[in-house]
Design a protein around this ligand. Structure first.
Ligand code: 26Y
Length: 824
């Protein structure tokens, strides 16, 4: 038994190999000859998991014994992607594992490919949460992620005749070796019912929530391995279970089948991730998901707190709860309910505790993305919470400065209830009011929060808004995804950068070193070859490895302006055909991204890109100097192949609309030059990499604001005065790219003209084309291009999510690193 214990922890090649063979037989139940690639993935994952359990328990025990202050990151999304490569790298056993598999006649890279991509998120917000988990563990911070264990992650995207079609993403189909089910960690969560008033033991008015429906939240834990493997934190995801009434009920014939149906319906709560990432749908199931995971998480947090404490006075000293956008903002009313109704804390004290415990991150200024639940729905689904929200609101409005000043306009804007039209609960206002700190995700975004959506709140609470510019984890996005470049960097400056990305600045002096440049180019070329092979496999298109890889990968959105990019592609296509004798810089335009299934305009843009690609890629007159590809099913795994291979990074949102962007950081860190507007974190990227090493174009946020306010912008005039834009649009409108349906793109043309071009595609077109020309010209000079690419990589150290997370830790959470104690 003892030797088996040691075997399970052994990190050397022989020990790993013996573990693999044993796991394959005794847990996967296969013989080496019959094992599939998936069997091997499960085998290796289970054996690797063995190697982290001890340290996981040490970490958890240390936090408990020291009663350390923990941070709880509540997020409806965690876009974690695959975990095998990440676990191996963070444990530092990649090479041993590779060799052990070699000895069995297997290739680690093939085994890795059998892991499904855990896509429990839509885009930036979900991936940020995943980067933060990595950084909290790597910085030894006592941090927990709390979310939902969706059975179906973000849909799988395929193109059928160029149109996006959605398929279910069944990541759990073959089991998940990383998760530990905790059937004993089970909390009741209620919905519907009504509120009863009564007198408590001292004769005070009190309330109880009765006749409610009950669902159970069951925990599944996933270990989060920090770099070096010393700290191993926990991601706890909740799954909906019908109550035990079902298991122990006895039913007559008809009632039995009904009860089974009811059980299935109840458990639908955690079935599927909502695929919208900007339009608030107002769907009841979504509200229930939000409350479900928030309530379970808060109950769990309070249970943990009460292991060491007998009243709630020091909750804010022991727990910091971060709200990832407003999705868990109902937690503010829920904590009030738990404290006041269940634990008998008086209101004012409960409110102080709540505010001192919560903080809120805003990720968007888009009005259509701000959550606002109809009062009628909230009253029905969460009647006690609706009361509590009214109470919070009444007390706040009574004391606010606006009332003192007699400013009713301001008062109604501050209200938690939007009284216009059907009455709605403004979740952003609730999150703001119930938090001691509120942050934006880039300097510009935070500034705009103060000036726009939260201007009135900012006047009331001038200290509350602060900035935390996003970051990305260098482990996954450089060390793991870009091994050629990572090895090159380490050969010159050592491997300290993996843990402390600021060290990467030491590369700057290598930008003038011709040998280093050559090696940097060689690493990039290797990555481009890998991407070219992937493109060929996914789309059947052959691209030139030495062409300029111009990459725009992100969700499909009008504000992100994939349309601007494809219009420029059409213009470039025309120029190439008009001037066949010119020696053109070969360009490969690479797009990838999913559209929300109900977002028709975004889906039409996908079809347009595919239609344009078909025409351009088959036109011999451009001599392969231009290729356009739209890769299907963009996800974390695809991003790991794309980011390292990019030359040019498209960050071209309408200024003022992209809160931060994080793909921009991944691309720049991997040595891509940015072509972008002064939006989101692009502003800070420019400050760090230097104005000479980035292509900035277009209207600024201020200019966009003025232009829209003045009403003085006429897209038809702009189009008429720009022949290449006019020609591109005419080609679309006459069906050059859609001969089977010439009117297909009418809605797009309409939006750009009569629609007023809200996203200012036409307004920025000419400046964008000039910036593209500058990029192509520079690309001819490979030495100069490489020099700038190196300076991008070297100057991106500040954008590590370790830096971001330490800012949260010191300026918002007041949590500190805790080194796990390992028993002898
Ligand atoms: C309300 C619901 C439909 C909803 C669901 C998901 C609304 C928004 C979202 C997701 C938003 C999101 O991903 N925002 C992105 O967050 C990133 C991390 O801060 C930013 O970098 C990026 O600019 C922003 O669009």
């Amino acid at each position: 038994y003892k030797s088996r214990e040691i075997e399970r922890r052994s990190l050397d090649v022989d020990g790993l190999k013996r573990s693999f063979l044993e796991w394959l037989v005794y847990s996967v139940g296969k013989d080496a000859r019959a094992a599939t690639r998936r069997d091997w993935f499960h085998t290796v994952a289970l054996a690797v998991r063995d190697r982290l359990v001890d340290r996981w328990m040490d970490t958890t025990r240390t936090y408990y014994q020291q009663d350390a202050k923990r941070v709880y990151y509540l997020s409806l999304e965690f876009l974690i992607g695959r975990l095998l490569t990440n676990s191996l790298a963070n444990l530092g056993i990649t090479d041993q594992c590779r060799q052990a598999l070699d000895r069995i006649g297997l290739n680690l890279d093939d085994v890795v490919e059998a892991e499904p991509d855990a896509a429990l998120g839509n885009g930036g917000l979900g991936r940020l949460a995943a980067c933060f988990l990595d950084s909290m563990a790597s910085e030894a911070l006592p941090g927990y992620g709390y979310g939902i264990r969706y059975e179906f992650g973000l849909f799988e995207q395929r193109f059928e005749h160029g149109w996006q079609v959605e398929y279910p993403e069944q990541w759990l189909q073959f089991g998940n070796p990383w998760e530990f089910p905790r059937p004993e960690v089970l909390y009741p969560v209620q919905f519907y019912g009504r509120v009863e008033e009564f007198r408590d033991s001292v004769g005070e008015r009190a309330y109880r929530w009765v006749d409610a429906e009950r669902v159970l939240a069951m925990a599944y834990d996933t270990p989060v391995v920090g770099y070096g493997g010393d700290t191993i934190n926990t991601l706890r995801l909740w799954s909906a279970r019908a109550t035990r009434d079902f298991n122990f009920g006895h039913f007559n014939d008809g009632a039995y089948m009904k009860a089974v149906e009811q059980k299935v319906l109840t458990e639908n709560l955690s079935r599927v991730l909502y695929p919208n990432d900007a339009t608030e749908g107002g769907k009841e199931l979504r509200l229930k998901q939000e409350y479900f995971f928030t309530s379970a998480s808060l109950q769990d947090i309070l249970r943990r707190y009460l292991q060491h404490h007998s009243n709630f006075d020091s909750l804010p000293d022991k727990a910091a709860i971060q709200l990832n956008d407003t999705h868990p903002a109902i937690g503010i009313a829920e904590l009030m309910r738990l404290l006041v109704d269940q634990h008998g804390v008086v209101w004012d004290k409960a409110w102080d505790i709540t505010r001192a415990t919560f903080s809120y991150t805003n990720h968007t200024l888009l009005p259509e993305a701000l959550e606002a639940w109809p009062v009628r729905m909230m009253e029905r689904v969460l009647p006690r919470h609706m009361q509590i929200i009214y109470e919070i609101n009444a007390k706040f409005l009574n004391r606010s400065k606006a009332r003192a000043a007699g400013d009713n306009g301001r008062l109604s804007r501050l209200s938690l209830i939007d009284e216009r039209g059907d009455r709605r609960v403004r979740m952003g206002n609730l999150a703001f009011l119930g938090s001691h700190k509120v942050n934006g995700v880039s300097a510009l975004h935070t500034e705009l929060m103060k000036q726009t959506v939260f201007a009135d709140f900012h006047a009331e609470f001038p200290e509350r808004i602060n900035n935390k510019t996003n970051g990305i984890t260098p482990r996954r996005w450089l060390h793991q995804a870009n091994q050629p470049l990572a090895a090159l960097i380490t050969s010159r400056i050592g491997n300290g950068w993996i843990k402390d990305l600021s060290q990467i600045s030491a590369l700057a002096e290598k930008a003038d070193d011709l040998v280093f440049r050559e090696e940097f180019r060689r690493a990039k070329r290797k990555n481009k070859k890998r991407l070219a092979a992937y493109i060929a496999r996914q789309t059947g298109v052959d691209v030139q490895v030495d062409s300029l890889f111009d990459v725009q990968v992100k969700r499909m959105h009008e504000y992100k302006r994939q349309l601007l990019n494809i219009l420029q592609a059409i213009a470039l296509y025309n120029e190439m055909r008009d001037n066949p004798t010119v020696s053109w810089v070969p360009v490969t335009k690479i797009f990838a991204g999913k559209a929300a299934p109900s977002y028709h305009m975004a889906k039409l843009i996908i079809k347009l890109i595919n239609d344009v690609a078909k025409v351009v890629n088959h036109d011999p007159s451009v001599h392969d100097n231009l290729k356009i590809v739209l890769l299907p099913n963009y996800n974390v795994t695809a991003a790991e192949i794309i980011m390292p291979a990019a030359d040019l990074s498209e960050q071209i949102s309408t200024a003022g609309m992209e809160a931060s962007g994080t793909g921009n950081m991944k691309l720049a860190l991997n040595g891509a030059l940015t072509i972008g507007t002064l939006d989101g974190a692009n502003v800070e990227i420019r400050e760090h990499v230097g104005d000479d090493n980035i292509f900035i174009f277009g209207l600024t946020a201020e200019e966009v604001n003025d232009l829209r306010a003045s009403g003085g912008f006429n897209p038809r005039e702009v189009i008429a005065s720009n022949p290449s834009l006019k020609r591109a649009l005419d080609m679309i409108s006459t069906g050059v790219f859609s001969p089977d349906d010439p009117h297909r793109y009418h809605p797009i043309l309409q939006a750009l003209t009569d629609g007023g071009d809200h996203f200012l595609v036409t307004a920025d077109f000419s400046d964008y084309c000039q910036a593209q020309q500058a990029a192509m010209d520079l690309y001819r000079d490979q030495e100069e291009w490489t020099r700038k690419a190196i300076l991008n990589t070297a100057n991106m150290g500040w954008f590590s999510s370790d830096r971001t997370i330490m800012e949260y830790a010191t300026e918002i959470w007041d949590v500190h690193p805790v080194k796990p104690e390992h028993p002898a």
